[in-house]
Each structure stands twice: as C-alpha cells, then as structure tokens.
Ligand binder design. Structure first.
Ligand SMILES: Cc1cc2nc3c(=O)[nH]c(=O)nc-3n(C[C@H](O)[C@H](O)[C@H](O)COP(=O)(O)O)c2cc1C
Length: 346
C-alpha cells in the first residue's frame, strides 16, 4: 500500500495510476465541494491542514464570477489563498462569455491553479439572469461550447478542465445529454450534484442519477449530494460506480469527515475559534467572523459540541464576544493538537 508521502511525490506511469489520478491532480477520491462564502482560504486551509493527501484528494475555491472580461491573476490568487498544501485546490469559474471564460482560464493557469472547474449548478437569480451557472442546464449545446472554450483556453498548459453540473433544470430528462456534452467539450472530470435546479437543496438525493451518468460517459465522474457521514463516501462509489465523491454541507457539520476521525469537544471548539481568528486576520470584524462561525454552527455535529437541544441557543447568542467566550470555555489551551498537515508559504 502507498503511504501518503509516496502518493504526493512518487511519479507513476499513466497506466499504473488509479482512476482518481489519471490526468487529474487529485490525491484521493474524496473532494471538498466549492461553497460560496465558505470555501475561501480561511475555512479551506483549516480543513486541508487536518487531512493527509490520501484522506482528502482536493478542494475548490468558491466560484469566481466572470462577466465579460477576464479576471486577472491577482484576483484569482486571492481566491486560491497564500498557503500551499500537498492537497490541490482548483479554481472554479462561473460565466457564459466564451472569450472571457477562456482568457480567465489562462489567467487561472498562470495563478497556479492545478485544475479549472466550470460551475453549471448555481441557481442564484444573478447566475440565471447572466445565463450562467444552472441556466445552462437547459442547453446541453451551450454546456459543450463553454467547456470547449475553457479547454481551448488551457491548451498547452497541461491543466485539465472539469465541469460541475446538477442533474438537470426543471427535471432530470437531459441528464445524459448534459453529461455527454461536458465530455464532448473536453472535460477531464464531471462532477454531478444529483439534485436538479428545481430541487435546490432538497433533503433527498437520488444516487441513481449518478449511476446513469457513469453509464453514459467514459470520463471519471464525481458524485455529489447527500453525503452525510464518512461511511457515505465509499458507499457512494460502491453504489454508483463514480470515481470520486464530493462533500458539501456535511463538511460544515464535521470538517474531519474525509479522515473519518472522531474529535473531542475541545478540538471542535478550537477549530471554530481558529476559524474566527483566521477571518479576523483577513479583515473581517468580530461580528462578521461570528456570523460566519454561526453559519457552521447551523450544521455543526463534530465533537458533540452542538446538539439538537443546544443549537438554537448557540445561534441566538446575541453577543459575539459571549459566543467566542463560550467557545473558549470548551476549547483546549495551546496550539491545535489535530494538525496533520502544516501549510507551506506560497
Ligand atoms: C453555502 C453554499 C455555497 C455553495 N457555493 C457553490 C459554489 O460556489 N459552486 C458550486 O459549484 N456549488 C456551490 N454549492 C453547491 C455545493 O458545491 C454542493 O454541490 C451542494 O451543497 C450539494 O452537496 P451536499 O449535499 O454535500 O451539500 C454551494 C452550496 C452551499 C451550501
């Protein structure tokens, strides 16, 4: 069996590579989902620092909105953050202007992104008005054109283009066509959030749709939607034939989900304190930082810090200082004990 350091450093012939490595930078089949307002560097770095590359295979930035002009390297570097881990972090772009998306993809390559992902899933009014994100789920030919434009933009860089779709717009009748369109455009990996645009973030997640996609394309498929606990990662692969599994909100409930490690209440509280400090170091005020912590507390399960009877109490705590004090009363003193991965400067 390979150790994590071998995985990170040992060159291998393409034929020997497990499916999650062939042509892709990822180091394991488990990926952290792009989440706007969450997977910016402050939160993402904390999750990466708690995992070895054989536990968490990659992560993405929150989406970068591209309107009609390319976003330049400097802005993209901010999204990638200044710390580097042995786990790759790819930029995700959202837009519909082919030229601006292709040019931004080239800037992303120059910024050091090891993969460029295209968002076809965002259901926000802004995305839909701009015919971007989930708007394109009604237009497989448009998906193909956009993937092809970004792949062309990356030509010669060796950086793969990936696409992230939902299972459809109003329903899932175009699912196979959308998947084949992404493949025809040149996507090296297709992530499928198994809910449609209409289903938004419904509780149910139909993994049969993931199996349908696996059966209709020959590129690797990453299944997303409905993973709640560590055991669901392997279960999704086994039930659907996907090569990767991506976790969104369950990583907000338990940032250690990829490792499957149980943490203590102290470790859980220390994580949230560290998150608040990282946000403040990046210019968020105490109030704004605590609002972000509460965004996690809405989902949080790790370490038994929050349970159904105390959740509302945490969320209704009106005073940011008081909430931080409450976290401190649960936390350990000294540096975090659960780091497996220290960041290197950019
Ligand atoms: C707060 C939040 C922000 C999100 N932002 C993005 C985004 O920037 N790009 C994207 O492709 N998907 C985004 N998503 C969707 C997730 O990546 C994922 O597809 C979705 O949450 C389903 O996975 P889950 O059931 O594991 O949460 C977001 C989801 C949430 C909850």
């Amino acid at each position: 069996m390979s150790t994590s350091s071998e995985l990170a450093t040992k060159p291998q012939a393409a034929g020997d590579l497990p499916p999650y490595r062939a042509g892709l930078p990822f180091t394991s089949p488990w990926l952290l989902a792009p989440m706007e307002g969450v997977t910016e560097p402050a939160f993402r770095d904390l999750v990466l620092s708690r995992h070895r590359p054989d536990q968490l295979g990659g992560a993405f930035t929150e989406f970068v909105r591209v309107i009609d002009r390319p976003i330049k390297v400097k802005g993209l570097r901010r999204k990638l953050g200044s710390s580097r881990f042995p786990i790759p972090v790819g930029l995700q772009l959202m837009g519909s202007d082919l030229g601006a998306m292709a040019a931004t993809a080239r800037e992303a390559a120059a910024a050091g992104s090891p993969v460029v992902d295209i968002n076809f899933g965002c259901p926000s009014k802004g995305a839909l008005r701009g015919c971007a994100g989930a708007a394109l789920l009604d237009d497989p030919a448009g998906v193909e054109r956009l993937v092809q434009a970004v792949a062309d933009g990356l030509e010669g860089t060796g950086i793969p283009t990936t696409a992230k779709i939902r299972a459809g717009g109003e329903d899932d009748s175009l699912l196979e066509e959308l998947a084949r369109a992404a493949e025809a455009g040149g996507a090296a990996l297709l992530t499928v959030h198994c809910r449609t645009r209409k289903e938004a973030y419904a509780d149910t997640a139909d993994w049969d749709r993931l199996r349908r996609v696996v059966d209709s394309v020959s590129i690797p498929v990453c299944g997303n939607g409905g993973i709640d606990v560590h055991g669901d990662l392997q279960k999704l692969l086994a039930e659907t034939g996907c090569s990767f599994a991506m976790v969104g909100r369950a990583a907000l409930a338990n940032p250690w989900i990829f490792a499957g490690s149980e943490v203590t209440k102290r470790t859980a509280a220390s994580f949230l304190i560290e998150y608040g400090e990282a946000l403040q170091a990046r210019g968020h005020g105490l109030k704004g930082s605590v609002a972000r912590i509460k965004q996690l507390l809405r989902h949080w399960t790790a370490g038994g810090l929050v349970d159904s009877s105390s959740r509302l109490d945490w969320l209704r705590c009106p005073d940011p200082e008081q909430l931080m004090g409450r976290l401190r009363s649960h936390s350990s003193l000294g540096p975090p004990q659960d780091l497996v991965n220290r960041p290197a400067p950019d």
